[in-house]
Design a protein around this ligand. Sequence first.
Ligand code: GDG
Length: 477
Amino acid sequence: MSRLIVVSNRVSPPGPEGASSQGGLAMAISAALREYSGIWFGWSGQSTPQYTGQISVQRAGGVTVATMDLEEQDIQEYYNGYANRTLWPLFHYRIDLTQYERSYGSGYARVNARFAEMLMPLIAPDDLIWVQDYHLIPLGRELRERGAKNAIGFFLHIPWPARELMATLPRHRQLVEAMFHYDVIGFHTEEWKNAFISYVLYEAGGMQVSDGSLRAFGRTTLPQAFPIGIDAQGFVALKQSDAGVESYSRVQESKLGRKMLLGVDRLDYSKGIEERFLAFERLLSEHPEMKQEIFLLQISTPTRSEVDAYQDMVTRLDAHSGRINGAFAEMDWIPIRNVHRVHSREELAGIYRAADVALVTPLRDGMNLVAKEFVAAQDEEDPGVLVLSRFAGAAQQMKEALIVNPFSVEDVADAIRKALAMPVEERRNRWRALMDGVEREDILAWRDSFVASLEAARERTAKPPKPARIAAPRREG
Ligand code: GDG
């Protein structure tokens, strides 16, 4: 079996405390690498005053991990700059927050070239290479320029924007041209894939071939949808662990018989947390009889705190929750519990289980794993209800959720009321259908389908070109 090389911006190998400290994606990558005996390559997360060009290789939890440090300027321009101030907001439809600085673009190009330089000596001719996410779009081209002939695939974890938005990015054609150096390009949904195809056909003058591949810039690539999933069984085990049961009981007791609405998100403007608070405020002001009966637990873990848009958002969010709590709270009841601390995955599973309604209302999201984790953590006999934004990739698969428009406070407020009033029979039926999907389209299915597509790409390239077909002479009579 050939080796698999996974490249991502950051690597998070299994720690000494085992796999439970890893997120679902990191666990799938570790599992894939164990199976294919490969390497996980990426940035160590450390900075050095000057770029050293050194790699550190370690074995961790059965996986070989190779990391490199970046210099401070790289982190500012590539990571905080082009990745998180340019591509992230643009790809999440926030051109109002998108910053286009030339220095960011050159830092991004420089770091991608450095990744390729460091990675090349580790690659054997038969290896499959799988590049993850928007930080590393040009890496495939950089590797090809250095002679890599391997099958190389790319997976985008975030949405692909509409082509009118893509056109606002300086040098957008170069970015898309770079993607044509991959054999396979994976998106979470058909919608993101089609947005990419639309760019290629209408902006880049490309064409579609009958086998689904795309031709442009003198090259061919295969765009495909691979919806990511979670480790569903692993998540059930987290909820049943001691820490999972303890956090469930703790939250359950604190509810005092009230219904709990739950939000769990990275503190990111794409997640629609502010809009969710406003919808909850609308509900309380239009239905004061619901006061005392419900509350919202919002767990938001801080990220990217060096980027201004994130600092501004935290300030606004805290102002909203303070205002809503000030206006509605009573001596023995608070409407919003606004929590910024990080929880272990076991604790999180227990919290999901204790929720009556999950509010997963991003304004735009590649997939959204929280929606799937919430479903996996529910009790079969008395499951909670999932309220899900139509703009999350997950909405394409999770049709039995209550699908909402997160931009409409009324729509979300109505869905909350509907969820709270839903009879247990309907909750069970919807949950069963959702859980079947979460189990079927899990993280291993995602990994296996992508790797299979990459292997097929390698076979196509290895095959000698078919001899020209000569039509047989027609028999007369
Ligand atoms: C990107 C795309 C796509 C949250 N709080 C805590 C915690 N979390 C974990 C959740 C979940 C993960 O973070 C968040 O995953 P999402 O999928 O919801 O969102 P992004 O981080 O934006 O991920 C997204 C994903 O990539 C995969 O392709 O679905 O669309 O944006 O797993 O549980 N984990 C712990 N403590 C917390 O307090 N341990």
